[in-house]
Design a protein around this ligand. Structure first.
Ligand code: ADP
Ligand code: MG
Length: 641
């Protein structure tokens, strides 16, 4: 039996639900619908955005309305015109097989007389914004004195917007015997006050976890061999220079071990787990909040409820046993309307879990491949270039310029740029040249995957592009894909492996579209800025994946297959280890552009000055020399904020 049927919904609704494609009720629906159908009661339902609240009140409302009676029986108040229209539309969809039900939207900015006319024609349900509703009442254009149901949707938002007086006044115009259903994401005092004032013994339901339907978190998985887990983690960090993440492991031991390895390898990481003292945990959290730690490696228990803004990635180093736990984890990112990514590093034997999670969270994962060394080099270098461009100059530097100019005066601008960038590039190349490719892919295992599947598995010969728009232009991979699809007039499957970075992105198409991509994109503007697209040197993992599977190439690289090579002062050698704190003499002094490689990287050298500065209390020798190009010890993600 269909789960919606079990909730007590009638035929015509079930049919509409089938059309909507809802397979299972969300939690708030499961809880609210039977109660609301069963009796006439007041209700307070607390559930976050995107949990399916509209249907939670909409289904029972449609079922309870008397379609033969043309009087207004229900009023739904919602904060904005957009929501008002959206709800109206949804209610119409729900009731499409129910003859005679009319839903009318009442909101500002449109003709009030027309709205009044529609109501007069016999609207059983009015969906209204409080301001316009109040207006209508004042003008005697509507009668809500006999309604049976009043829904306050997004009550917290309505009160935030200053509709308290309107709501009170509107509610005073309704009968006492009606049922009031209040839906809200949060329960601030004002909401509680409304509930107390206008509701009698409301049933209360609370829904803990987000149904990620409209969530700000996108989900990705990377398939790797078990022995490559750690290497994959490092590369993901390298491919996301501004990463600010919580990395979840299953045990305290793994948590500690992974954090230690990351620190050894030069990342600003720390462990958070139950074996630490309270003071240690507080210290770690303080550093994390202050962004001195970029990768917080944590157990589920220790990280529960961590509420740090702007976490860019949640990394599931290992998947949890409980799917519910996955929800708690991914909820650490994408907070307060920001975008976030939940990454799963997964091995073949765990692939089935991905599908189970997809079913529960009602969101698809995108399968991605671990970036190749070349791709990482490209990302880091462009990041560097952007950083140079965006760096604000402190004029203290003027004092040193004569001496610097003296050294560099014979170089042309081109040479200078090349050399500056090579400081980093040589290191990247040296590091990644000898590291084999670790990406792998899931072939036939996940047949239930979405529309990108065939492409993901068959992009031999694809062309990879670099384009100068990214998350700072408010794109994530989904919206960029949509944008490209529309701009280029291509189908969904024609654009794939979209990878969005801060100031730039990558994507693939088949070669047949290359001319079109180059012609069209290079001639459009995005908010006044010229878009620049180029063919990227790397193939974005398309071919790489395939060629590397089996075949002889891996064998020839086998000697490089050692697990987790040390970073050897790699390109992120500026990363501080929380262990040595970067405050040691040696560490903090030899800033600048080191090209030598020491095996225990500290913070010297790199271009990402994201390392902890105040590990030593900020008291150490005032602004360190121009160790790096871009100062800003904070990763620059302000634009996304
Ligand atoms: P809320 O009001 O809680 O923010 P909505 O009612 O707007 O959430 O629903 C968010 C999204 O989830 C909508 O796109 C809606 O169509 C979809 N949705 C709602 N219920 C279900 C369900 N049971 N199954 C699948 N999708 C659903
Ligand atoms: Mg809603």
């Amino acid at each position: 039996m269909n789960k919606f049927e079990q909730l007590g919904l009638n035929e015509s609704l079930l049919k509409a639900i089938l059309d909507l494609g809802f397979e299972n009720p969300s939690e708030v629906q499961e809880k609210a619908i039977p109660l609301l159908l069963e009796k006439d009661t007041d209700m307070v339902a607390l559930a976050q955005t995107g949990t399916g609240k509209t249907a939670a009140f909409g289904f029972p409302l449609i079922q309870k309305i008397d379609a033969d009676n043309r009087n207004t029986q229900a009023l739904v108040l919602s904060p904005t015109r957009e929501l008002c229209l959206q709800i109206t539309n949804e209610l119409k969809n729900y009731s499409k097989y129910e003859k005679g039900i009319n839903v009318v939207a009442v909101y500002g900015g449109a003709s009030i007389t027309e709205q009044a006319r529609e109501i007069k024609r016999g609207a059983q349900i009015i969906v209204a914004t409080p301001g316009r509703m109040q207006d209508m009442i004042n003008r005697g254009l509507v009668n809500i004195k006999n309604i049976d149901y009043c829904v306050l949707d997004e009550a917290d938002e309505m009160l935030n917007m200053g509709f308290y007086e309107d709501i009170v006044s509107i509610l005073s115009d309704t009968p006492d015997e009606k049922s009031t259903w209040l839906f809200s994401a949060t329960m601030p005092q004002e909401v509680a006050r409304i509930a107390k004032q206008f509701m009698s013994e409301p049933l209360e339901i609370t829904v803990g976890t987000k149904n990620s339907g409209s969530s700000t978190v996108s989900h990705e998985f990377y398939l790797v061999n078990a022995r490559d887990r750690y290497e994959a983690l490092k590369r993901l960090a390298d491919a996301n220079p501004d990463i600010f993440s919580v990395v979840f492991c299953r045990t305290k031991r793994d948590t500690q071990a992974i954090a230690e390895k990351l620190i050894e390898d030069g990342y600003s990481a720390a462990a958070l787990h139950g074996d630490l003292s309270q003071a240690q945990r507080d210290g770690v959290m303080k550093s994390f909040r202050g962004r001195q730690i970029q990768m917080l490696v944590a157990t589920d228990v220790a990280a529960r409820g961590i509420d740090v803004d702007n976490v860019t990635h949640v990394v599931n180093y290992q998947l949890p046993d409980e799917i519910e736990t996955y929800n708690h984890r991914s909820g650490r990112t994408g907070r307060a309307g920001k975008l976030g990514t939940s990454i799963v590093i997964v091995t073949k034997s765990e692939l089935r879990k991905i599908s189970s999670i997809e079913r529960i969270i009602k969101q698809k994962f995108e399968e991605k491949s671990i970036p190749s060394g070349i791709e990482i080099c490209e990302i880091q270098l462009l990041h560097l270039a952007n950083k140079i461009k965006d760096t604000e100059v402190d004029h203290e530097i003027d004092n040193y310029l004569p001496a610097i100019n003296n050294v560099l005066e014979d170089l042309s601008k081109e040479e200078l740029i090349k050399k500056m960038v090579s400081v980093e590039f040589n290191r990247f190349i040296a590091y990644y040249k000898k590291n084999r490719d670790i990406s792998t892919q899931s072939s036939g295992e996940r047949r239930e995957r979405g529309d990108s599947e065939p492409r993901e598995f068959n992009n031999n010969g694809a062309v990879r592009y670099f384009v100068n728009i990214g998350s700072r232009d408010n794109f994530d991979w989904m919206s960029l894909k949509d944008y490209l699809k529309e701009t280029l007039d291509l189908g969904r499957d024609d654009i794939f492996k979209v990878d969005v970075k801060e100031g730039f992105s990558f994507f693939n198409t088949d070669p047949q579209f290359t001319d079109k991509v180059m012609d069209v994109l290079n001639n459009v503007q995005l908010e006044g800025r010229r878009i620049n697209v180029e063919i990227s040197k790397n193939d974005g993992g398309g071919r790489r994946d395939h060629n590397n599977r089996g075949g002889g190439r891996r064998d020839s690289n086998r000697r490089d297959g050692n697990f987790a090579p040390r970073r050897e002062g790699g390109f992120r050698s500026d990363r501080n280890s929380s262990r040595d704190g970067g405050s040691r003499e040696g560490g903090s002094r030899d800033g600048g552009f080191r090209s030598d490689r020491n095996s225990a990287p500290r913070r010297e050298g790199g271009f990402r000055n994201s390392a902890p500065r105040n590990e030593n209390g900020g008291s150490d020798r005032a602004p360190r020399r121009s160790e790096n190009f871009g100062d800003s010890s904070r990763p620059r993600r302000s634009r996304r904020d």
